[in-house]
Ligand binder design. Structure first.
Ligand code: UT7
Length: 317
């Protein structure tokens, strides 16, 4: 089977930085509480003229430029988001128009909350395999600040906005290993029938924490078992960045090597579907990703959903 190789990434962060200190002035919280419970120190919020789609377009432009490909090479565009500014057009269709992607190719949004990027990459793999084509544009983007109750300290300190984009190539002799799952639950809930802002995000934090510390190591182990690899074969594990303690639990449970687990929630907070591609982009930018490296990406979150996949980083064409 042909698998996905990561060729290039892009990223976009909105203009407004919000520190724990800023939030302390807004709700009854403290930098100490937020940092010790979550590892988060700051997050970015969209300015008036920004939303999940503007961020997605900026990240996608950068990924395409870095890949050395042109818009005509992109066979499908799949966007993971739960905070599209409009139900339709989808963010993916807005990206199609902005980047001038050919019209005879699919463009669609996928909502699997914080597992969204894994679901989107798996969807792109399926589209490339069934429709033909070699390169896919896969994006994770969120404007969660638009969906939060700024007076609810149990959620407003956690989430942030941003976007990450990836160009994948469907390549021979590359394993395709993915695991996806779902368990319908209202443990995390956002949005209403008419508009997102009618029902801000609520979360049963403790229940989600218990779910996450079970789902994350299980997903990683499934990816390793299915690819017949061990932890030693992995160069990086890129997990959804919800909470530093959840990643630490996973490391402990699997007796894993902490330096392989990339963490950036201190700078971004929890950006749901955007967190994994933002991490990939940062890693590429800072030279941590080298051609030929093997990565496992693990997502978990609202739905409830979970997903894991094995990736090879190839670098630009
Ligand atoms: O991306 C989707 C996946 N989401 C997640 O993975 C989130 C998973 N859950 C978590 O990360 C953690 O459960 C939280 C970080 C959300 C909360 O941490 P916790 O250790 O589970 O805290 P808690 O909810 O049990 O709250 C402990 C105390 C409570 O006070 P009492 O009842 O002990 O008096 C809360 O009211 O902390 C209080 N609290 C706060 N205090 C200061 C809750 N939020 C805050 C806050 N600042 N922002």
């Amino acid at each position: 089977m042909k698998g996905l190789q990561l060729l290039a990434t892009g990223g976009a962060l909105p203009g407004r930085v919000v520190t724990n200190e800023d939030l302390r002035r807004q709700v009854d919280t403290s930098d100490e509480w937020i940092t010790t419970r979550t590892g988060i120190r700051q997050r970015y919020y969209c300015a008036e003229n920004e939303d999940a789609a503007t961020l997605a377009i900026a990240a996608a432009r950068q990924a395409l430029a870095r890949s050395g490909l042109t818009a005509a090479d992109i066979a499908c565009c799949v966007v993971a988001t739960l905070s599209s500014p409009t139900a339709t057009p989808s963010v993916a269709c807005r990206v199609q128009a902005a980047l001038g992607l050919p019209e005879n190719r699919p463009a669609l949004d996928v909502n699997a909350a914080c597992s969204g990027f894994i679901y989107a990459a798996a969807t792109a793999h399926g589209l490339l395999t069934t429709l033909g084509g070699r390169y896919a544009l896969v994006i994770g983007c969120e404007a969660l600040s638009r969906m939060m109750d700024p007076t609810d300290r149990t959620t407003c300190v956690l989430f942030g906005d941003g976007a990450g984009a990836a160009i994948f190539e469907l390549a021979e002799n590359t394993p395709f290993v993915v695991t996806l799952g779902a368990r319908g639950s209202e443990a995390i809930r956002a949005g209403g029938p008419a508009a997102c802002d009618t029902a801000p995000i609520t979360m049963d934090g403790k229940a989600v924490f218990r779910f996450a510390v079970e789902a994350m190591p299980r997903c990683l182990q499934t990816v390793l078992d299915r690819s017949q690899k061990t932890q030693a074969d992995l160069d990086w594990v890129v997990c959804h960045q919800a909470n530093s303690r959840i990643i630490d639990h996973c490391i402990k449970h699997l007796h894993a090597e902490p330096p392989k687990f990339y963490k950036n929630m201190n700078r971004h907070g929890n950006t749901s579907a955007a967190s994994i591609p933002i991490a990939l982009h940062e890693m590429e930018e800072s030279g941590l990703l080298r051609p030929g490296q093997t990565l496992a990406c693990i997502g978990f979150g609202g739905g409830l959903t979970w997903g894991g996949m094995l990736l090879t980083y190839e670098g630009r064409k």
